[in-house]
Design a protein around this ligand. Structure first.
Ligand code: GLA
Length: 415
């Protein structure tokens, strides 16, 4: 009896939280949805461009979500409406992975997810679906991973047509499947960070992830009087995909050359700074800079995680050390890895000048997108005002600033 009541109260809470998307679904399809698959965005605190080098990352899931409201269909059709871009697409599960002519770009993610789920032998089903959310698109907060992760959960929910728990192991497998969607259907040779944090995120914890072994640890974040603030440059990330793939190839070339001296290595993860310094002169200048950044960044992530895990320090002291590491990470991304841009550098410069800011860096792939800063609560208003004014004065752009809460990973809510 008490169990039934609990389920009912969760369901009515979900119904309230998702009332707008539910209403839109009813207007479009004439019946209510049966579930909402919801995936958060993410912000990476430190460990950028290390995931595809088999290294370490330290992201958190944030309280911005991509939601897919859906209802299983009795035929293999998938009818999709993306509210925020006002576009529709229709796919037939019997004809995958063929892409309908003039399919909108976002539908590739759903087609990719459905094709790979089907190929892996998982049960999926046709559905009517509405897609909408508040993860800013193309702003370095993993809007595309949120789409593929939410789509994965939606297809699985439609296939089962009932609540099915997904184990942690299964989540790791699904993250790899979503990564393959980027590689095989979108053409971005991304790492595994985004999909993993989106599936495994936990409220008030950062995920210390070893991208080689996929072992992870949820590290509680004691932010005390501090907050995580995200600033969106509002700069479109033009050519980001090709520059991203190019960086990855540069790192791989570096490993090939260094392997002549260090035969046991298979990725930059295997090289310590001391060894690197012995042989770095043998690399072309650019490759040298790229590799140096990755090797140093891996060390910074390990240090950041161990600082936050140690309980012997006061929160403000730990956050100050984390802030220093974040600043050093940004400087490396700007000067050595060269994936920052004027606007990101400007935002971090303005932020670092404000009393109460522990550290500030670009986050995500770069070339535009967002910065992440650790800011004292009392300084948040000044932060908002100074960033908005100074950034606008120098670029003519209005940045968006979000205070984010560290949230749980993706979930299916039954209505
Ligand atoms: C993008 C990719 C990730 C990661 C970051 C940079 O978000 O999807 O795999 O490489 O860039 O750290």
């Amino acid at each position: 009896m008490s169990n039934t009541l609990k389920i009912q109260s969760t369901h009515s809470k979900n119904a309230r939280r998702f009332s707008a998307i539910t209403q839109k679904f009813e207007e479009t399809f004439g019946t209510p949805p049966t579930f909402i698959a919801s995936a958060p965005g993410r912000v990476n605190l430190i460990g950028e461009h290390t995931d595809y080098n088999d290294g370490y990352v330290f992201p958190v899931a944030i309280d911005k979500y991509l939601n897919i409201a859906a209802r299983r269909r009795s035929d293999p059709r998938v009818v999709l409406h993306a509210l925020d871009v006002n576009e529709s697409a229709e796919v037939c599960l019997d004809r995958l992975p063929s892409m309908p002519r003039q399919a909108p770009a976002w539908s590739r993610y759903l087609i990719g997810v459905a094709s790979l789920l089907q190929a892996s032998g998982r049960k999926i089903a046709g559905m009517d679906a509405i897609i909408t959310g508040d993860v800013p698109i193309g702003a370095g907060l993993s809007s595309s991973a949120a789409l593929s992760v939410a789509a994965t959960l939606a297809f699985l929910a439609a296939g089962a047509d009932t609540e099915v728990p997904i184990s942690e192991n299964d989540k790791t497998e699904l993250a790899a499947l979503c990564q393959r969607v980027e590689h095989e259907f979108v053409g971005v040779k991304c790492g595994i960070m985004d999909q993993t944090i989106l599936l495994l995120g936990q409220e008030n914890c950062a995920l210390f992830l070893d991208c080689r072994s996929l072992e992870y640890e949820h590290v509680p974040l004691n932010l005390a009087d501090y907050a995580i603030a995200i600033c969106n440059t509002k700069v479109k990330r033009e050519l980001a995909a090709s520059a991203y793939n190019k960086r990855r190839a540069e790192c791989e070339r570096g490993v090939e050359t260094l392997r002549r001296r260090l035969p046991g290595i298979t990725s930059l993860r295997d090289i310590g700074l001391t060894d690197f310094k012995k042989y770095e002169e043998e690399l072309p200048t650019l490759t040298q800079k790229r590799c140096r950044y990755v090797i140093e960044e891996n060390a910074r992530v390990v240090e950041a995680a161990s600082i936050l895990k140690a309980r012997s320090q006061r929160a403000d002291e730990s956050l100050m050390e984390l802030g220093h590491l974040m600043n050093a990470s940004h400087n490396g991304l700007r000067d050595h890895y060269q994936v920052s841009c004027t606007e990101l550098n400007l935002l971090t410069d303005i932020a670092r000048d404000i009393t109460g800011v522990m550290g500030s860096r670009m986050t995500g792939a770069g070339f535009g997108g967002c910065t992440v800063s650790i800011v004292h609560r009392d300084a948040l208003e000044t932060f908002q005002r100074r960033i908005t004014t100074a950034y606008h004065e120098q670029t003519g752009l209005a940045p968006e600033i979000y205070r984010c809460h560290v949230s749980d990973g993706a979930h299916v809510y039954w209505i």
